[in-house]
Design a protein around this ligand. Structure first.
Ligand code: IPE
Ligand code: IPE
Ligand code: MG
Length: 247
């Protein structure tokens, strides 16, 4: 029996965020180059996007490249960018077939022109889709995002468009890259690392965290179902007592 049958469809997380980690170690285990791991990581992306869409998940955010990842060896960065362009180009028809809308969050200006162009087109071509929202975090980091938000808030205050007294949590949320999306209820990290690595620090305030030793290129729908079941076994208290939550 698949773990899928045990999932309570009435209590799915609306938004799942994933730190896709372990491509390099996966390749190394096989005596291959790191890029071989990234190439296979794309297979997992396909499988998980399909799995999330089938379940009826509304938002899926995938951490694909952090602002810190720019400091990796040049050949790896270039290889990843090429893989990105190629993958987007190939995947747009499938996204449209499955009613999936693509979004990107991150410091997009850092990306090579070819990648930006490919992304813009894919975002445009999938903009009418109303099923799963697939949010790719590219050249993203939470501290970069918060820094940008603070700058924009300060500018709007200076221009008299925003009064300091009016700044509250809803307003702050509107200045983040994720303004259009609800906060993730579930965050998954693969590869046995127990850290957040500058991912959605503000948005994950009350997310349930699921860590698995599975390396990203081995992660498949069954692993996603397991993570969702783990999420559904948690009691989400939001600061209240267990008794309060139950009544
Ligand atoms: C995740 O895998 C993909 C990216 C960060 C781009 P890694 O490349 O970090 O793989 P490990 O962690 O070195 O195994
Ligand atoms: C986090 O993975 C970023 C992505 C998955 C894109 P890293 O492999 O870069 O994180 P650290 O360096 O182990 O914290
Ligand atoms: Mg890593």
């Amino acid at each position: 029996m698949s773990q899928k049958d045990k999932i309570n469809i009435q209590q799915l997380p609306k938004h799942i965020a994933i730190i896709m980690d372990g491509n390099g170690r996966w390749a190394k285990e096989k005596g291959e180059d790191r890029l071989f791991g990234h190439l296979h990581g794309v297979e997992s992306v396909r499988n998980i996007v399909e799995g999330a869409a089938e379940l009826g998940i509304q938002y899926l955010t995938l951490y694909a490249f952090s602002t810190e990842n720019w400091d990796r060896p040049a050949y790896e960065v270039t290889g990843l960018m090429e893989l990105l362009v190629e993958t987007i180009r190939k995947e747009v028809p499938t996204l449209n077939k499955n009613n999936i809308r693509l979004h990107v969050i991150g410091d997009i200006n850092m990306l090579p022109e070819s990648a930006r162009k490919e992304l813009d087109e894919a975002i445009q071509e999938t903009s009418k889709n109303s099923g799963l929202n697939l949010i790719m975090a590219l050249s993203y980091s939470s501290r970069w995002e918060i820094n940008t938000a603070i700058k924009n808030i300060a500018e709007d205050v200076k221009a008299n468009k925003l009064q300091p007294e009016a700044i509250n949590q809803q307003v702050i949320q509107q200045y983040l890259c994720t303004a259009e999306f609800p906060d993730p209820e579930l965050m998954i990290r693969t590869s046995g690392e127990y850290r957040i690595s500058n991912f959605l620090l503000y948005q994950l305030a009350y997310a349930e965290l699921h860590f698995t030793n599975t390396l990203w290129p081995d992660f498949r729908k069954e692993n996603l179902y397991e993570a969702i079941l783990d999420y559904q076994s948690r009691e989400r208290r939001f600061g209240k007592t267990s008794e309060q939550v139950k009544s």
